[in-house]
Design a protein around this ligand. Sequence first.
Ligand code: AMP
Ligand code: ZN
Length: 116
Amino acid sequence: MDCLFCKIVKGEIPCTKVYEDDKVLAFNDINPVAPYHILVIPKQHFDSIADVSDKDMEIVAHIHSVINKIAIDKGFSDAGFRIINNCREDGGQEVKHLHYHVLAGKKLPLYEAEKK
Ligand code: AMP
Ligand code: ZN
């Protein structure tokens, strides 16, 4: 399958690695929108969160656990951070491999769902 993030997992495309274990890889976003902009992905390919069945959902808990570890390790846990998952067309998902954006390092601007 021709998937950018699968190629990163396989080492065929380079990344700046932030964290890795047997199930998850985290690396810096190539086009950061905050001082910290880290992508956290499962090594297993899922097109999007909507494509993760109940039996595979434990990977999502693991990703959140990894995000907490990264936040502590990088020193932005206390100040806070934002996790974003863009899902499919209307969610603005460009790379069709499940991934979570972690943004931190400054007071982040309001996003669409917060605007009244
Ligand atoms: P999304 O719009 O949620 O699918 O986000 C895809 C993200 O992947 C964007 O923030 C891109 O900047 C990022 N991205 C695309 N190619 C790479 C790459 N080779 N290495 C790191 N991040 C990438
Ligand atoms: Zn993939």
